[in-house]
Design a binder for this molecule. Sequence first.
Ligand code: PLP
Length: 458
Amino acid sequence: MKLPNAESYRIKMVEPIHRSNRPEREEWIKDVNFNLFNLKSNQVYVDLLTDSGTGAMSDKQWSEMMLGDESYAGASSYYKLKNAIKDITGFDYFLPTHQGRAAENVLFSTLIKEGDIVPGNSHFDTTKAHIEFRKSHAVDCTIDEAFDTVLDHPFKGNIDLNKLEKVLMDNPKEKIPLIIVTVTCNSSGGQPVSMKNMRDVSALAHKYDVPVYYDSARFAENAYFIKLREENYLDVSVRNIVKEMFSYADGMTMSSKKDAIVNMGGFIGFKHKDIFDKASVYNILFEGYLTYGGMSGRDMNALAQGLYEGTEFDYLKTRIDQVALLGQMLKDHGIPVQYPFGGHAIFVDAKRFLPHIPKEEYIAQTLAVELFIEGGVRGVEIGSIMADRDPETGLNRYPDLELMRLAIPRRTYTNDHMKYVAAALINVYERRDQIKKGFRITKEAPILRHFTVELERV
Ligand SMILES: *Cc1c(COP(=O)(O)O)cnc(C)c1O
């Protein structure tokens, strides 16, 4: 018999989680105005809200915590992290930040001014918010194939070079401070960008003298997909693929809470010293001194170790296989999920799941609420609530895709939890015709409204 794949780790410490019953969940979700962010974590049985900062650190990472150097300046933990970043990404210069959006804040303060244009592949929500907060524009240049959830395409995170070149041609160079390539592309479904696309984007950008930065939260998962799917990369190690990816970039922002498997942390990597020097001023202003920037020494140590673990093939295989296991169980039952499956999450196509709910009633949010009521599983809406209003017209934006994301924390849940989640969603699917109405907003913030929005049933 062929031996099956099994996890590349065993469990040394456990955290109890609690099941609840349906009447309790109905009451809890109403009490928080149908915003899943406002639930208490102990009201949730399997929490797939995000894979950000929710992973399980390893024994080695925890032992690194004990070795943290908490000196204000020049801590050995800073140098340990600097060496790990150089070793894994190739970048000579880096600034530590407390998380990914802080890295964006520092980098964009350095590069972006009012009225600028920042092309990219479906910018992540905090990235877009930080661009729009500076009264500049994020232009989406993702390939059209990304918006067809059933089309089988190996690299749905790719940038459409024609769309990008049009933006570069139509605007003066001074108005385009950078191009952002998000690897993997979170907003389009955890979909990877091919090495060829990175190479081509870099060549095109540099022809127009515009720098390229990677929003790198899931760079290792992207590298794993390149290894499996792109010609000539099967025999290249994940670490060498990572090195090549970053060789085409001028810098990177990192939310270390994803592929570096820590609970908090981030950084910016730079190829060029002049930009690093400029950004250093903002880092000191917003984050902290250059050798800790919002992180404790122990956190920098755990992050340095996490960069190595997160780029190991066996770990990545376990992770991506678990995500695909959930996706396949749903797909086998006819549930419309984005295909190919993403690296960190399964994205359920809510428009096709609940075709009778109008977009004005927040389709993906409706589905996420139903899944919570069904099984105490928390997913998240990636749809028109998250898309915010257009900052100029004040009108709701309705993105092409209304998705419910089920993000899988790293090394946290077992495959039995995935079976439980699949069963809960299958139950919702079987009673989908009885879900007749969605929601309306009763209270919202002007930006990043999904975190605090309040809703009522239509
Ligand atoms: C999570 C994430 C960010 C923001 O990082 P935080 O650590 O949550 O601030 C930016 N870009 C992408 C692609 C992300 O996934």
